[in-house]
Design a protein around this ligand. Structure first.
Ligand SMILES: *[C@@H]1O[C@H](CO)[C@@H](O)[C@H](O)[C@H]1NC(C)=O
Ligand SMILES: *[C@@H]1O[C@H](CO)[C@@H](O)[C@H](O)[C@H]1NC(C)=O
Ligand SMILES: *[C@@H]1O[C@H](CO)[C@@H](O)[C@H](O)[C@H]1NC(C)=O
Length: 504
């Protein structure tokens, strides 16, 4: 009874147009309820029974549990405009997870800006595609960094930052870990937008204008113009084609003129010419004070937009830590079947504060990362490329999940839980992720040439399994490869029975 045969069976069931069989996944209970409504139709009942038998004999594929503790496919959009979107896969610490971490996916169109904001959570970003300019406040200075594909960066909770997609035609894709250890508990995480959040309002617009007037030492009309304006939302275009006229005009200026024009441009918006004249007289008197305001506001805006058209260099870094390129790191383990890398706080100190580690694994087609355990951390993995299989085992030795994984899936492996990943026969499986410890995680392998069983091999271990030491030794020694081993027999094909049925 091969999968291909059963697949054919199901396809033929579908072709009979039974309404319930259009779904790929069934729960026996659902089938029971469904059958009550079609009692009169013997053929349908027969088909349902057949299907029930199929389900019982094959088990319900666990891929249906698309948002359980271990596998998460339901990301939620948290902010979105036509210039970009941020989606988040939430997880909450509970009985099994020692520490929760949310995984965020930020997608930005070419020449767009994720407006200045700060979070109540530490943010570790990984550039999946494209290039970005990250600006953020570091030791009271504005630091900016150019980040490219494979780069990691840590933005501490409470530090104001913005992201610009500086690509002309390239979308920017960022995967991030949101570490809620400093979380306010209001939501999964909370963003405080300095300019133009999801409600199109700056955080500062919540203050009375008298407060802003005093705080910025600026005229009331002036602060109202800046902070009470309806803004464009969390993601805005800064490119020529989509940009509001304000930014288009601005981008055409020479760099040195930009700072001077910044303030003026902000003022000129939404204003009549005559109103402008009145303002100008007032402005002359306040010129000295305004210089200060424009310095603060201007510096921020300048660094956001000032270099969008020009060459970007990594120079105004204000002494902030360097980024770390995960792709440039040498594998910690490598053989003919794949490689694995782990990055800990000893190698990249910015990971220490949020206490987060990073890992990256690439398995060649049909290879398996042998069953292992992380004694120190929970792993949050994201499939970057390919298809494969994930198995996690409960402490009592029963199977917790046995599921296919594919690009974009987020999986969670609790600390101490044994697990393994297998690449499909059709191509490599690449995944990366974050672990809840910045220490060297020292995974313990349960099989392979370097394994816990091998290290422990002796009469005690043999006795525990109730076999002779020789038998034990033969079994433990049979695998010549360690860590990553060939396993074509176990690897699921790229489109197996489930996807096959979908397609039909
Ligand atoms: C700005 O500060 C100076 C000095 O404290 C003060 O004289 C001036 O009136 C202030 N301007 C505004 C607009 O509040
Ligand atoms: C992963 O391995 C495959 C070969 O199996 C290779 O083609 C691919 O470039 C590797 N991915 C990375 C990110 O190195
Ligand atoms: C093993 O533990 C899991 C989780 O606590 C539980 O759901 C499962 O039923 C247990 N299996 C056995 C065979 O006891």
């Amino acid at each position: 009874n091969t999968p291909r045969l059963t697949c054919t069976k199901r396809v033929s069931l579908c072709s009979l147009d039974t309404p319930f069989i259009n779904h790929t996944f069934f729960h026996p209970h659902q089938l029971y309820v469904a059958s009550n409504t079609v009692m009169g139709n013997k053929t349908t009942l027969f088909l349902l029974l057949l299907l029930l038998l199929f389900v019982l004999s094959h088990g319900v594929d666990t891929t249906m549990a698309s948002n359980n503790l271990f596998l998460k496919r339901n990301s939620k959009s948290v902010v979105k405009t036509d210039a970009g979107e941020m989606r988040v896969v939430k997880s909450h610490s509970g009985r099994i997870l020692d520490r929760s971490m949310h995984i965020g996916f930020i997608d930005m169109e070419p020449k767009s800006l994720f407006v200045p904001q700060y979070l109540d959570s530490n943010l570790i970003i990984f550039i999946r595609r494209g290039e970005t300019k990250l600006g953020f406040i570091y030791n009271d200075e504005l630091a900016e960094r150019l980040l490219k594909i494979g780069d990691l960066y840590m933005i501490p909770a409470g530090s104001t930052f913005y992201l610009v997609n500086i690509g002309e035609a390239q979308r920017l894709q960022i995967i991030c870990a949101i570490d809620p250890s400093t979380n306010l508990g209001l939501d999964t995480f909370q963003s405080f937008y300095i300019g133009g959040g999801p409600n199109s309002r700056s955080l500062l617009s919540g203050f009375d204008s008298i407060i802003l007037k005093t705080a910025f030492n600026e005229s009331r009309t002036e602060v109202e113009k800046i902070f009470s304006k309806e803004l464009d939302g969390p993601f805005v275009y800064v490119g020529d084609s989509h940009a509001p006229s304000l930014w288009t005009k601005f981008l055409q200026l020479k760099k040195e003129d930009k700072v001077q024009h910044l303030k003026k441009m902000v003022q000129d918006q939404d204003q009549d010419q005559d109103q402008d004249q009145e303002e100008e007289e007032e402005e002359k008197e306040e010129e000295e004070e305004e210089k200060q305001t424009s310095r603060l506001w201007g510096k921020l805006l300048e660094t956001v937009f000032g270099k969008v058209n020009g060459k970007i260099e990594n120079k105004d870094t204000a002494g902030s830590p360097d980024s770390y390129n995960l792709y440039d790191k040498k594998p910690d383990f490598q053989n003919a079947y794949g490689w694995s890398k782990a990055l800990h706080g000893g190698e990249y100190p910015p990971l220490r504060k949020p206490n987060i580690g990073v890992f990256h694994v690439n398995l060649t087609a049909g290879s398996m990362l042998v069953p292992h355990v992380n004694p120190r951390a929970t792993e949050y993995g994201i499939v970057l490329r390919g298809y494969g299989k994930l198995q996690i085992v409960f402490p009592n030795g029963s199977n917790a999940i046995n599921t296919k994984i594919k690009q974009g899936d987020v999986f969670v492996v609790p600390r101490y839980f044994p697990f393994c990943q297998i690449a499909s026969r059709d191509g490599p499986l690449e995944f990366f992720g974050f672990s809840t410890s910045a220490r060297n995680n020292k995974p313990q392998f349960l099989a392979g040439a370097v394994s816990l069983l091998k290290t422990m091999l002796g009469p005690e271990l043999a006795a525990a399994f109730g076999v002779s030491e020789d038998t034990m030794r033969r079994t433990v020694d049979a695998q010549p490869e360690s860590v990553i081993v060939p396993s074509t027999w176990a690897a699921p094909p790229e489109d197996g029975i489930i996807e096959g049925a979908h397609a039909a």
